[in-house]
Design a protein around this ligand. Structure first.
Ligand SMILES: Cc1ncc(COP(=O)(O)O)c(C=O)c1O
Length: 207
């Protein structure tokens, strides 16, 4: 891609699809320019722990490489209890050459708007992004921009609702009970439609 050699780091089922920092270290070379990661991971849901991310930063810092993290579900983290667990930090909080990207699509339930973010503490990088954006797309739709802004103003309510929803789906996927899922759906019929043989997903029209 873009004339670069790309090595792929495989996540292993036996390791719960967790990032293996030793495997990453083996792939990194002295001329590596960019390390790209995704957390929470789609489709496995695995999360890179803060301690592992700090190790990644150390690896990158030694060779002055950027670390781009696709933080696609932020701030929704499967299997993290926001009350008791330490929330995963964004890469921009951990590394001066960290770049975070994310969409409104997942945690904010706004895939149609085609709006997202790119964040970094490195101003020259952000200026480059502005320049490329001007050249490639000029602007997103102003209407989508306004819808995204409105959504972000109600961020807390949306995230709260989506945490609740995510919990139920996770329980269901883990097989901890169709019964429990059905019970949880009571009162949420507008969001869910439960199908006996083929569980429905929110927003799907039923049979
Ligand atoms: C890991 C990951 N990154 C990025 C995206 C892109 O999201 P969007 O729908 O906003 O283009 C997706 C979408 O499924 C994804 O799974």
């Amino acid at each position: 891609m873009f004339g670069a050699d790309v090595d792929v780091l495989q996540l292993e089922f036996e390791e719960s699809f967790d990032l293996n920092v030793n495997d990453l270290q083996k792939l990194v070379k002295s001329n590596t320019k960019l390390i790209v990661l995704n957390t929470p991971n789609n489709p496995t849901g695995s999360i890179i722990r803060n301690s592992d991310m700090k190790d990644v930063v150390e690896i990158a810092r030694k060779i002055d490489a950027y670390v781009l993290v696709d933080e696609v579900y932020r701030p929704l983290f499967h299997s993290v209890d926001p009350v008791v667990d330490e929330l995963p930090k964004s890469i921009v909080e951990l590394y001066e050459k960290g770049i975070s990207t994310g969409p409104m699509s997942k945690a904010f339930s706004l895939p149609g708007a085609r709006v997202g973010w790119i964040a970094s503490k490195e101003k020259s990088f952000i200026n480059e992004c502005f320049s490329k954006r001007d050249f490639c797309i000029i602007s997103v739709s102003a209407l989508d921009d306004q819808v995204a802004l409105f959504t972000l103003k109600h961020r807390d309510a949306i995230i709260k609702r989506n945490y609740r929803f995510q919990y139920m789906v996770t329980e269901f996927n883990l097989g901890s009970g169709e019964k429990k899922f059905k019970t949880n759906c009571i009162g949420l019929e507008k969001l869910f439609r439960y199908r006996e043989s083929n569980p429905g997903l929110p927003g799907e029209s039923g049979p």
